[in-house]
Design a protein around this ligand. Structure first.
Ligand code: SAM
Ligand code: SF4
Length: 322
């Protein structure tokens, strides 16, 4: 039974945990080409600190943990961290969001460690466009990672596609992917408040859905495991579903069940708000677990009811964890 309930009666049972702010790509909507100012090694939560905090959160009712970043697979020994998280509570739903570049080498050991499922970000299935968006990425390497994830049973595998106006509005290849492989393709609205582009790159989920009409009828589908705020549709003959995540055009604030922890241990209760609490400082100051939990609950008391237009987190997605 969870004790994490905010003032608007939302039950908080989902923690998104950034394990690093480093990344092996430079997606043009997420980071400048030269990268961002990186955290110092000592500023990043150690695995021991993460495990202590997770133990406290799980006891308070967190039942889903997503590891993210930066690129989580660049952090050394992530499989070790996952195996230790699994031991805290074997039924915990542990998932990962990754750009997939390092997945072909790691998928099997991550699954063996207790990772349940994976979301892979692939913004284009055209090698040149993919490289243009990621600046350095090799699409075939990511597709090998995708196959490795399926082979390792990290299912349901979901593909994240951030659609940007005039950059990657080619939807047909993703429809074909969902027809050929058992993967769910989710089109995500670009969030300019956490990106480095302005709103002119934004394409609404409704526009994307209309663009898909020529490939067949979309019928409302039961959401797969871990669906979160996405709305899912079936396309005749496809093995996977088509999903839409519309944080801008249709906020999911009333059902928000999330807490976020940045790689440097800042607790955020809303992706779009600059408000954060320094949990790392509390962990390192010798405080008892009870005080850590009280601090998390105090943060939750300030969780905004909804995303206020014009509010900005003061960090980019790679610094928050998406
Ligand atoms: N590096 C990993 C990856 O790319 O999957 C994990 C971190 S990344 C910040 C998490 C997700 O956020 C990715 O799917 C990425 O495409 C998405 N993202 C980053 N910036 C975004 C923005 N401004 N609007 C919408 N999605 C964004
Ligand atoms: Fe890195 Fe993910 Fe941001 Fe791309 S979206 S730069 S892979 S953190």
């Amino acid at each position: 039974m969870t004790s994490l309930i905010d003032p608007y009666s939302r039950t908080i049972d989902y923690l998104r945990l950034a394990v690093t702010d480093r990344c092996n790509l430079r997606c043009l909507y997420c980071m400048p080409e030269e990268g961002l100012q990186l955290l110092r090694h000592e500023d990043i939560l150690s695995y021991e600190e993460i495990l202590r905090l997770l133990k406290i959160c799980i006891q308070a009712g967190i039942s889903k943990v997503r590891l993210t970043g930066g690129e989580p697979l660049v952090r050394k020994d992530l499989d070790y961290l996952i195996s230790q998280i699994s031991k805290l509570q074997p039924s915990l739903d542990i998932s990962l969001t990754t750009n997939g570049l390092l997945l072909s080498k790691q998928a099997e050991s991550l699954a063996a460690a207790g990772l349940k499922r994976v979301n892979i970000s692939i913004d284009s299935l055209d090698p040149d466009t993919y490289r243009r968006i990621t600046r350095t990425g090799n699409l075939s390497q990511v597709l090998s990672g995708l196959e490795a994830a399926i082979a390792a049973g990290l299912e349901p595998v979901k593909i994240n596609v951030v659609v940007l106006k005039h950059v990657n509005e080619e939807l047909e290849a993703f429809v074909e992917l969902a027809r050929r492989l058992p993967v769910h393709v989710r089109f995500i609205e670009y969030m300019s408040p956490c990106g480095i582009f302005d709103e002119s790159f934004y394409v609404s989920a409704e526009e994307i859905k209309q663009g898909l009409a020529e490939f067949g009828r979309l019928e409302v589908a039961e959401p797969p495991l871990g669906a979160g705020p996405a709305r899912y549709f079936k396309l005749a003959g496809a093995k996977g579903l088509i999903g839409f995540i519309s944080p801008i055009s249709s906020h999911f604030c009333p059902n928000c069940n999330r807490l976020r922890l940045t790689a440097d241990g800042k607790m955020k209760t809303c992706l779009f708000s600059p408000d954060e609490d320094d949990i790392r400082e509390i962990l390192r100051s010798g405080s008892e677990d009870g005080y850590v939990l009280e601090t998390i609950k105090r943060s939750l008391e300030r969780k905004p009811r909804d995303y206020g237009k014009g509010s900005s987190p003061g960090r980019t997605m790679s610094q928050i964890g998406g």
